[in-house]
Design a protein around this ligand. Structure first.
Ligand code: NDP
Length: 434
């Protein structure tokens, strides 16, 4: 705490992992002897830089850019870029720290990192977004590469931004290095299913949790918060698996639509026109209604899938969900449930799929994009989706197996944290004191 003052979210993420791995440290004194915990909590490298850009009126703006290269024991640093006004070092470090264990859990050869900027893309024109991305990459390019650090998208960074970032990287370096960034468009080295991967993967993970309890999505009422990349493709897959998504949201409020979210309309409003969710409710008509300034978790459901941002689900929200009969939670977002909320879910016996495990499908599919780029190949949608589903099933099975081994059956938090930690820690031991 003293070493990293004010980095609240980073402290929260570290505490959650440390609380889970006590039993591992007891069994493996060699981790403590070589100070694995202290080393793993200290990023290998942190880069903070100035991003100057000019808006459409000619006014100059200065934003701050970040890239935290946290751990490369398992492979090149891998993790997204977030453009949101709330971004500061504490957010980037929490995300980078989580990413180490998530990436480890996928079983793929990727280390952990994260980056972004306090730039607010809301209300900015296409040209302003492009100029910002170009300026951001004009510094970032010297730190990244196929074998060093491979960024991707996150909040505020989707296919459009990845295109501008990659374009500027290519221009500056004069290298068509496809594997330097993932989440690319299909026409220039992107991979099938990457856009859908985090949401689809989260739905597959929850399906496995439900199956382990002898049930399924079929006929279940589901609430998915957010209405960005993760929320939209979570909704799509849940609907395909037989569930009914009855609510979604953005930072202005939530929409309830008892008939089930009309996905084509939601995509049109959010992906194409980039408008707010109240527009969805207006266009949908009927019983669909928009509610401002309240928590989406008051909408009764059997499955909750928080897919917007960190700390969006409080202890009180968790109590409401449990009271309303919620049996499973799958975190599409990173650290969306506050620690009190996690406690409520665990005590109530709710199947709780934490983000590190449940939303790992995005980065796993990014690693598959790197694999296709390296072999100059491209796989079909069906094949890629099957790979994603296998990876999510494998993560689910490993969480349960590890939780069992450490005497905490059914505890996905313990299973994911321990399994993710062990693989990184063992690699760090093998690599010596670096
Ligand atoms: P998007 O930018 O596509 O969408 C984010 C959504 O969350 C929007 O609906 C946004 O609403 C809402 N949101 C963001 N910040 C806040 C806030 N402070 N309060 C309320 N609502 C908010 O991002 P993604 O869908 O890509 O990311 C969502 C979450 O999933 C993040 O936690 C991210 O780290 C995580 N994640 C994403 C992965 C990916 O592949 N994209 C991979 C793994 C995890 P508004 O437009 O009003 O801000």
């Amino acid at each position: 705490l003293r070493r990293n003052p004010g980095e609240t979210e980073f402290h929260q993420a570290v505490r959650e992992v440390l609380e889970s791995i006590g039993p591992v440290l007891g069994k493996h004194p060699e981790y403590a002897e070589s100070k694995i915990i202290e080393r793993i909590c200290e990023p290998e490298r942190q880069i903070i830089f100035r991003v100057p850009w000019e808006d459409d009126q000619g006014e100059v703006h200065i934003n701050r850019g970040f890239r935290v290269e946290f751990n490369s024991a398992l492979g090149p640093y891998k993790g997204g870029l977030r453009f949101h006004p709330s971004v500061y070092l504490g957010i980037v470090k929490f995300l980078g720290f989580e990413q180490i264990f998530k990436n480890s859990l996928t079983g793929l050869p990727i280390g952990g990192g994260k980056g972004g900027s306090d730039f607010d893309p809301k209300g900015r024109s296409q040209r302003e977004i492009m100029r910002f991305c170009q300026s951001f990459m004009t510094e970032l390019y010297r730190h990244i590469g196929e074998y060093t650090d491979v960024p991707a998208g996150d909040i505020g960074v989707g296919g459009r931004e990845v295109g501008y970032l990659f374009g500027q990287y290519k221009r500056i370096t004069n290298r068509y290095e496809s594997g330097v960034i993932t989440g690319k468009g299909l026409s220039y080295g992107g991979a099938q299913v990457r856009t859908e991967a985090t949401g689809y993967g989260c739905a597959f993970f929850v399906e496995e949790m439900l199956k382990a309890r002898g049930t399924s999505f079929d006929g279940k009422r589901v609430v998915v918060s957010g209405s960005g990349n993760v929320a939209i493709y979570t909704t799509e897959k849940v609907q395909q698996l037989g569930g009914t998504v009855v609510a979604c949201s953005d930072s202005s409020g939530y929409v309830v639509d008892e008939k089930g979210i009309d996905l084509d309309l939601l995509k049109q409003v959010k992906e194409v026109e980039r408008l707010r969710v109240d527009v969805y409710a207006k266009r949908r008509g009927g019983d669909a209604r928009f509610v401002a300034g309240r928590s989406i978790w008051e909408v009764p459901c059997e499955v909750a899938m928080p897919s917007a941002t960190q700390n969006e689900l409080t202890g009180r929200d968790a109590e409401t969900l449990v009271r309303n009969g919620c049996v499973a939670v799958g975190e599409g977002a990173n650290m969306p449930t506050m620690p009190e909320g996690i406690r409520v879910f665990r005590e109530a016996g709710v199947a709780f799929g934490l983000g590190k495990a449940a939303n790992a499908g995005g980065v796993a599919t990014s690693a598959l994009e790197m694999q296709q780029n390296a072999s100059r190949d491209s796989w079909s949608f069906e094949f890629s989706e099957r790979r994603l589903q296998e990876i999510m099933r494998d993560i689910h099975a490993r969480c349960l197996k590890t939780a069992d081994e450490y005497g905490m059956p059914g505890d996905y938090v313990a299973g994911a944290n321990i399994d993710g930690f062990k693989r990184v820690a063992d690699a760090m031991l093998s690599l010596g004191l670096i």
